[in-house]
Design a protein. Structure first.
Length: 276
């Protein structure tokens, strides 16, 4: 049986030192390896749709890769996507939290070495819920926290946050480009488009565009895979597409970019010159 998750937890935002934390905002598989925590999670992110009053069951697979039994705690968190593209998790229920609609199979489990566990959770929006997006994180945390000795002495553990987006009713994003500019990322000038979401569900820009830099070099370019949440404007980097293992080519500004970015079945025309 699945159990409801009604209880608030202790830390408003968990940013404790010594925590190995992974979060899945993209589609890449995620895992975390630390003393007391050795797991891979699939799928790394959920994007689902559910109608008000209906029950939606989902399954996340936890693979324990440690040499001894792994003990885990599973719970939900609210989360915020910060301007620097990091994620802050909150144990305390947010004002518009949908976590009371979420039921989890069990709060603690033990997995044998090398074994996989199919963990169930359910989302049940109340009847009459207006169109909106339910967002929460399913947190999977190792229970064996070791101690580090020496100059420092603090808990070492690990956890993974699997982000869940549940679209309720006809909620949808509405994206538009509001500005184009150049910012410095890790010391490198980078073309950026500011994308505003005027809808009531998150969206992402995709697709490929053509870039030509000051030297005449041509690049196939693509936007970063970032969620733009309802009511927010997110800066999305546009960078050259590279093959795995190969370094990104140097871009000499000014850079001209032409083409169409996409979200769903919609297009966002882009014809802009980027200059530092």
């Amino acid at each position: 049986m699945c159990a409801a998750f009604p209880r608030p937890l202790r830390h408003p935002f968990r940013t404790l030192p010594g925590w190995a934390c992974a979060v899945a905002l993209t589609t890449a598989p995620i895992g975390a390896l630390a003393q007391g925590f050795a797991a891979y999670i699939t799928p790394p992110r959920f994007e689902v749709q559910v109608a008000p009053g209906q029950n939606l069951r989902q399954v996340v697979e936890i693979q324990h890769v440690g040499q001894q039994k792994g003990n885990y705690r599973v719970y939900t968190n609210d989360w915020a996507f910060l301007p620097d593209n990091s994620v802050a998790f909150s144990d305390t229920l947010a004002a518009d939290s949908c976590r009371p609609w979420v039921a989890v199979e069990r709060r603690e489990l033990t997995i044998e070495p090398g074994a996989r566990y199919r963990y169930r959770f359910e989302i049940t929006p109340p009847p009459g819920t207006p169109a909106r997006e339910c967002r929460f994180a399913l947190m999977i945390e190792g229970l064996e926290a070791a101690r580090v000795q020496g100059d420092v002495n603090f808990p070492v553990g690990g956890r993974i946050g699997v982000i869940v987006y549940a679209t309720i009713g006809d909620a949808a994003p509405l994206l538009e480009i509001t500005a184009t500019r150049v910012v410095t990322v890790n010391g490198t000038p980078t073309a950026v488009v500011d994308v505003r979401n005027r809808g009531n569900a998150h969206g992402r820009v995709e697709g490929f565009v053509n870039g030509t830099d000051a030297s005449g070099a041509r690049f196939e370019m693509a936007p970063a895979d970032l969620p733009i949440l309802p009511g927010e404007t997110r800066s999305v980097a546009i960078t050259p597409v590279t093959e795995d293992g190969k370094a990104a080519p140097a871009v000499r500004f000014p850079l001209t970019v032409k083409g169409n970015l996409e979200w769903g079945k919609n297009r966002l025309p882009l014809d802009a010159s980027f200059a530092p």
